[in-house]
Ligand binder design. Structure first.
Ligand code: ATP
Ligand code: MG
Length: 183
């Protein structure tokens, strides 16, 4: 099974995100139901390994924290734009959660993640040079920000890759501690 750990986004963030996602012609917009923030991609694992992952995640004790999305960016691959995303205001609570998850998963026997944590919410997949239309969209929406929302749990997702869009299902949810790191 293909797994990743992430945050499903609070409802007050989904609507402003969905309103952004228009006006670009033929791009594969991420369906609003799929909006998420990946904390740790795990990939394909056997069911018994998945159980160990679940056990490791369930043992974490991490405080809740506020989250706010803001700004837009692109990931490039081979000189082309591969995705458009909304940025995330860095907060020590988010970084602490990501670090604890990484440590827990390594202790459970997964190989270390080599890439630096770069939190974002993917909005569109494409494969295109930076066209004037995309540049204009980035510029027009550059001041995008969502309201701040409290994060009180994180999620183990299962991903089923599809022709057009993947489907994500919730394997498990893990509550964060009620102590809350303020903004
Ligand atoms: P698709 O691959 O069809 O575009 P997706 O990337 O959303 O869909 P997955 O590939 O299952 O679906 O990835 C789930 C999440 O993990 C996504 O947020 C994705 O960006 C992230 N992810 C995928 N592969 C990696 C990787 N190698 N390293 C870090 N994050 C990854
Ligand atoms: Mg992918």
């Amino acid at each position: 099974m293909r797994l990743f750990v992430g945050l499903d986004l609070p409802s007050e963030m989904r609507e402003p995100l969905a309103l952004l996602c228009r006006g670009l012609g033929p791009v594969r917009w991420v369906p609003a139901a799929n909006y998420h923030l990946t904390l740790r991609f795990i990939g394909e694992v056997a069911p018994d390994r998945a159980e160990e992952v679940d056990f490791a995640l369930a043992s974490l004790r991490v405080p809740g924290f506020p989250l706010r999305l803001g700004g837009l960016g692109v990931f490039e691959r081979n000189g082309r734009i591969a995705s458009l995303w909304a940025g995330v205001d860095r907060h020590p609570g988010l970084d602490r959660l990501q670090a604890k998850i990484e440590t827990a998963l390594q202790r459970a026997g997964l190989p270390a993640e080599r890439r630096r944590f770069s939190p974002h919410v993917s909005l569109a997949r494409l494969e295109s040079p930076l066209t004037p239309t995309i540049a204009a969209w980035l510029q027009a929406n550059n001041l995008f920000r969502t309201p701040e929302a409290a994060i009180r749990h994180f999620t183990l997702f299962r991903s089923y890759l599809g022709k057009l869009h993947p489907t994500y299902t919730v394997e498990a949810e893990y509550a964060l501690e009620s102590t809350f790191i303020p903004s």
